[in-house]
Design a binder for this molecule. Sequence first.
Ligand SMILES: [Zn+2]
Ligand SMILES: [Zn+2]
Length: 524
Amino acid sequence: MYLDECILQTRDLKLEESGHVMGEEESKMETNAHSIIGKSPFTQAFQVRRDQAECDILSDDAVQVKNHYLCPGVIDALFKNYMGIFPLWSGLLLGDLSRHRKGTSKKDGSHKTRDTNCHVELWFGLVKHSILLKKKYLRPAEFVSKMYASIQGRYVEHIEQHNLPMHILDKNFGHPSRPDDDHEEQWNKRESSAGHSKSKSKYFNPPKALPNPKSPPATKVKKRKVDQQEQDAQGNLTWLWKKKDTEVVVAVLPSQMKGRILLIRHCELCSLRPHQWLTGEVIEGVFHVAADKFAVLNKMYLLNHYTASVILFGDRTQLISHSLPKVNFDNYEAVLSFVLVNNNHWKLLYIHANTSTVFLVDPAQSIKELDDSEHAAKRIQEYFRMRRTRHSITDWVDVKWKGGVMGHPLQTDGCSCGVVVVKMAKAVMESFPLIPNVNFECSKKYMKRERRELALEILEASVFDEHTYCAMCAALRPPGSGSPITDWVQCDDCERWYHAQCLAMDSRDFKKAETGYWNCPLCK
Ligand SMILES: [Zn+2]
Ligand SMILES: [Zn+2]
């Protein structure tokens, strides 16, 4: 009886959908012949009914309803994957199973098969009697909306029973409105069933596009990408730091002066390793990167540390050779630099034009700082006078420079003066034009972390194109090369390119490197 109903329903659906032919079923069933579904007696039974239904449809010329959502493939898919086993799990056959179980006691009134299938059966009972109220021939849209309402009701019940927050319901059943999807159905309703409620529309309205599973927010994806990049950068740095010091260029930094670049060589980057004394090139590189970051490149002149050291401690001849005639200090509001003291200690030099103050900041101790700053102010005054005498330029020459002191922490080891100088410089740039009262942690652990951060900053800011330029001279042509022909050799491990000339290779070495496996100085 139920089977008949199913077939009738199928037939009804088909009549509704169209009179189109659904052919070539025989061959499809053959390919399925050895599967459980293919062997199932139900498949055969349904197939017979289906063939009958198809014949009926073909002979019935009267039904010609155009359906935009016609999908004969659904029937095929149902037959291929579903109908053969449908009666087994759906509970359709359970009522009759007991007749095969001869001799078993029925005293307790329950049967094992019913027990194992009871959940399925109970659910179908609920669907049939409580949810669909024994209605037959429901339209798909009506069926879906009734099931949806019912399941949502169950959730509400569950939420109330367990004192859960009601908003989890929205989370699970949130339906973003897709107004575009309704256009066609509304048009159909006007044509064929105007005035009827939506549930009676005979057109099931599938979404135009299948809803995509909710993807994580874009920021998270981006963050994961960044994490990956960061991991790569960390790995690269660890690799570079493990290698013995070389002269290979590992970063090229843009500088404040247009057209001038700052080369960071491997050995210089390695000076950021824990417990090592920072080279001037590394400190200067970070200064330029940070000035760009804090947008002070137009207001703050980043003075080369050789020149700064000469200004504060050099003799007259040295001073003259560092007079910077092309720089107009009137274009700037401050000068930031650092100087080398006793050949082993870095200090920060900050010339603040707005307040005519010179700060010479000592990361190691602060008792003599004001004296040092006043001495520096005097030297700077002399420097600008020298420039007027030599080049007749008068920028900053009339300023009455005085020494000043700013609050800052002290280094806790013998080698981190460079790191403290960089941290101070960053603080100065960040609070420019105000004078900062700087405070940060100087523990060994913190310094170690800071060194790594600085190294990563340099590598990240690098604009070096390792695939185009020589990793030794960072240029296309070897320095001082008269010959238009240049021999290049590429490392088989890190893929950096080198001028044979920059590595002082003779023709025999070059031939060997060219033909065989070759490692650069960094990868050796
Ligand atoms: Zn080169
Ligand atoms: Zn290499």
